[in-house]
Design a protein around this ligand. Sequence first.
Ligand code: GLU
Length: 280
Amino acid sequence: MTFTTRFAPSPTGPLHLGHAYSAILAHDMARAANGAFLLRMEDTDLQRAKPEWDAAVVEDLTWLGLRWDGLILRQSAHLREYDRYLDRFDDMGLLYPCSCSRADIRAAVSAPQEGVSHDLYPGTCKNRPMSYRQPGDALRLHLDRALARLGDQDVVFHETGQTHSGTHQLNPARALREIGDVVLSRKGEEIIAYFLASALDDVHQKITHVVRGEDLFEFTQLQVLLLTLLELPVPIYHHHRLIRDDEGKRLAKRDDARAIAKYRADGASPEDIRRMVELA
Ligand code: GLU
């Protein structure tokens, strides 16, 4: 199978050095393997994703000297295609409608429990059947049922990134404690959860290697679980180190000081950027 990877930014702000590192690394890995490098705009958040940021991403990547294979895939152009996967989860009996607000959820989780992620859903709507679904309800994954459905089937993925290198297997008890009943779709806000859209498009684009930042490692178990339930192929993952600011914090979209456009305006060359992220 041809090595195929991608860069999948959300066009909600300027690309910074961290994005440049991720894009260059994925691009160079693909070229070294004689493989393909694809570009996907993860613009399912219709409030925050903007065409001007999309155009700026394309401009920055082109300036960096990166060329992608084929056309850019924009998730917003095929939102309805995700529905059939939600329907499949529904057919498996793995969804329930949830009308809780964030405030309800916070109130129900009275004291933060050790090892429990902050927004772990307390299960208030867990027994609501899909026929009770109201406009505006979110759809949640019934994780207990999902795990029961898998039975003894392993949920496994392979990681080639330095920090987590090796084979990882989902631990059901831990998943219940740490993942919980995640929202897969929320009408009116996001039609589809970004981690699900991303995993589905990796399959759609026949990605063999997902190259992305270590900050996304925590989503991988969940994404692999969803792909396994849908009987879809699971790619190999490569989570890379993060580019940090002088205080050691991960760069964020608000770090305009490290925006590629800023370096460009200050006269840096694409080679300078490669040197800065140690990929020269
Ligand atoms: N769209 C995500 C981001 O910009 C990346 C998702 C991925 O690479 O899997 O953070």
